[in-house]
Design a protein around this ligand. Structure first.
Ligand code: ADE
Ligand code: ZN
Length: 351
């Protein structure tokens, strides 16, 4: 279905557009399951597992969510993940996400998890992957959401540590959709993991990578060249390099953009200043996602509604394009993408 921008959109007042954003089917392609741990669940799991938290209450923990950059967030995020010990903890965390995602009309999710955060505390790979994949099965039965798991290597850790994690993951290869790269970006260029990603590709794993969130455009090019990343997570700084934008457009490399994350981590000064309109205007295959919704003030629909509210030049045509892109950019089979697109078309035809 073809939607042009300005004229039709003028007919959309704010409330119907917000309803459309919320009701439209969508895929979420950039969400860290550890970033969906709500403070209430952190406290419940801490009590269940006898883990001592450095915060007196849920409110005190929430008060610590005042981030100045990526690292200030990661410090709190890794501390929160310490409560995850048993298979049931990973299951409960993932089910809580799927419940929220279903309410936001997410039909498909490709989620990141950070095994090194857990194995370094003595949690076995099998414990986490069993809990996560059991949640995927139940979410599909309960809400019809399909999902897949992307193992992220922590880029602040060494190449050797990444290889060790990959060795632990190999027996569970069939349960993995692909691999990614996350954590502290600055000073840890993609090239550090060239050999690990080559091995992952040889194993048939799909490759994505965080790049151009805080790091320079050269890290996006590095993720494409050295890692052969099929999607770039964030990538907002590509706009600083016109040749790179042209390459991303020509190669149809999707960007999984996360506006509330960018706001909370001070990548942008305000949502009104978010480069989403410029990214769309450039013809990039952009998707909207929540990144770490428990920490950044909202799940995927909140990312859509807050961003469209702050950027009134965005209308129904952009909403359609973002949902359509989320299907195209997913690793789901084309026939499933086509079925979601039909649902999207029906909703927009009736709007
Ligand atoms: N891990 C969790 N959220 C992240 C982000 N936004 N960037 C890098 N690593 C992360
Ligand atoms: Zn992320």
């Amino acid at each position: 279905m073809q939607f042009t921008c300005a004229p039709e959109d003028a007919a959309f007042s704010h409330a119907p557009l917000m309803a459309l954003l919320c009701r439209m089917p969508k895929a979420e392609l950039h969400v860290h399951v550890e970033g969906t741990l709500e403070p209430e669940l952190i406290f419940a799991l801490a009590e269940r597992n006898g883990v001592k938290l450095p915060y007196a209450s849920v409110d005190a923990l929430r008060a610590a969510y005042a981030f100045t950059d990526l690292q200030s967030f990661l410090d709190v995020y890794y501390a929160g993940a310490n409560v995850l010990l048993h298979e049931a903890d990973f299951f409960d965390m993932a089910m809580a996400y799927f419940r929220r995602a279903a309410a936001d009309n997410v039909v498909h999710a490709e989620l990141f998890f950070d095994p090194q955060t857990h194995t370094e505390r003595g949690v076995a790979f099998v414990t986490m992957i069993n809990g996560l994949t059991r949640a995927s099965q139940q979410a599909e039965q309960q809400w019809g959401i399909t999902s897949g798991w992307i193992l992220c290597f922590l880029r602040h850790r060494s190449e050797a540590a990444a290889f060790e994690t990959l060795a632990q993951a190999e027996p569970f290869r069939a349960l993995l959709l692909g691999v990614g790269l996350d954590s502290s970006e600055q000073g840890h260029p993609p090239e550090k993991f060239t050999r690990v990603f080559a091995r992952c590709r040889a194993l048939g794993l799909r490759c994505v990578a965080h790049a151009g969130e805080e790091g320079p455009p050269a890290y996006i090019a590095g993720a494409l060249d050295a890692l052969q990343a099929q999607r770039i997570d964030h990538g907002v700084r590509c706009l600083e390099d016109a040749a790179l934008v042209a390459r991303l457009v020509a190669q149809r490399v999707p960007l999984t953009v996360c506006p509330l994350s960018n706001l909370k981590l001070c990548v942008v000064p305000s949502l009104a200043a978010h480069p989403l309109p410029a990214l769309l205007e450039a013809g990039l295959c952009v998707t909207l996602n929540s990144d770490d919704p428990a920490y950044f003030g909202g799940y995927i629909n909140r990312n859509f509604t807050d961003t469209f509210t702050a950027l009134p030049q965005l209308g129904a045509a952009h909403a359609y394009r973002l949902a359509d892109n989320s299907f195209t950019a997913s690793f789901a089979p084309p026939e499933r993408q086509a079925a979601w697109r039909q649902r999207l078309d029906r909703l927009f035809a009736a709007a």
